[in-house]
Design a binder for this molecule. Structure first.
Ligand code: BDR
Ligand code: CA
Length: 314
């Protein structure tokens, strides 16, 4: 089968970085058409060079990088340096990137890239706030039907929030954008905290990553050791959850996941529940199902899948 085409929208972020490498390590299954950067974990002036740094590390400067939105649609930007460090990629010293960013605005390029290809052949993989995706949908609403699907990391229901008691970071940062995406009519698969909290990094897994003894393996052992220190303290677990790569893992091996087709709405009213994903798990409303909410994943097999991809990278 020909590789599936992906556009990864991202705010790297160490876990974003793993998702990008997972995709780049599997050219047999997926082709990364481009990376679109958004403000999120750190501001846009850092997420753009971070995308370039990761592609240079992987030796894949043929993949174009586009800069998108520097701020959410309505509310001021909230960032997460407390998790990811001041650079967004603390834990490894990257050289400054030399590859140029492309001149097109990311949402414009997303529209152009998807609409110029045959219907249902491109999957969008948002790993940060949904600002770029909402702007692309505002420019071209037919995008929703033209996409194969959107496979995103964001939201929380049973697990509760990680930035407020009810909200997950990516949705909280730009809930107005998220509301637009969930109402767009696109087919959506959601890897929320309900799923990603089942994917805990472990020290033995990081040791195998380091023992790969490749440039990428050594760098990622450093990045992820930094990244998980915050969550292990917060949750009192052995390792932190590896959120963003679960999207690409679902694309590569959906049989490792279980989910429910249901309705998701996003709370945009200011207050305690601002940015919450309101998930109608038991179908207590007559709101139309608009997303597949992943409820379960096979963590050991997913972590094997990631290591297998990293083995294929230099
Ligand atoms: C999400 O927030 C970010 O900090 C991570 O990169 C991930 O996309 C988890 O809530
Ligand atoms: Ca992210």
């Amino acid at each position: 089968m020909a590789p599936r085409s992906l556009i990864i929208d991202t705010d790297p972020g160490q876990d974003d970085a793993v998702a990008i490498m997972l995709a780049l390590g599997r050219p047999d299954a997926v082709e990364v058409l481009g990376l679109t950067a958004v403000a999120g974990n750190v501001p846009l002036h850092l997420t753009v060079p971070n995308c370039l740094r990761l592609l240079e590390l992987a030796g894949r400067t043929d993949v174009p990088v586009f800069a998108g939105a520097a701020a959410p649609l309505v509310v001021p930007l909230v960032t997460a340096e407390h998790v990811h460090g001041a650079t967004g990629l603390d834990g490894w010293d990257f050289p400054d990137p030399v590859t140029p960013v492309r001149p097109e605005f990311a949402p414009d390029w997303i529209v152009e890239a998807v609409m110029s290809r045959p219907p249902k052949t491109v999957t969008l993989v948002p790993l940060g706030p949904l600002t770029n995706i909402a702007l692309a949908l505002a420019k071209e609403p037919r995008l929703a039907q033209r996409l194969e699907r959107i496979v995103l990391m964001g939201g929380a229901s049973i697990e509760g929030g990680n930035i407020t008691p009810t909200a997950e970071f990516n949705i909280f940062v730009d809930p107005h954008a998220a509301a637009r995406v969930f109402r767009s009519g696109a087919e959506i698969v959601v890897l929320s905290l309900d799923a990603t909290h089942q994917a805990q990094i472990t020290r033995p897994w990081l040791d195998v990553m380091r023992a790969l003894d490749s440039k990428v393996g050594v760098a990622f052992e450093g990045l992820l050791s930094f990244y998980e220190r915050f969550d292990t303290e917060k949750y009192g677990t052995e390792g932190g959850p590896l959120h963003d790569p679960m999207t690409v893992a679902w694309i590569l091996a959906p049989e490792l996941f279980e989910g429910l087709h249901l309705n998701v709405e996003v709370e945009t009213t200011p207050g305690l529940c601002f940015g919450q994903t309101v998930v109608d798990r038991w179908k207590v409303t007559d709101r139309r199902p608009n997303a597949t909410w992943i409820t379960k994943l096979d963590s050991p097999k997913v972590f094997d899948l990631i290591l297998d991809a990293f083995r294929r990278l230099a």
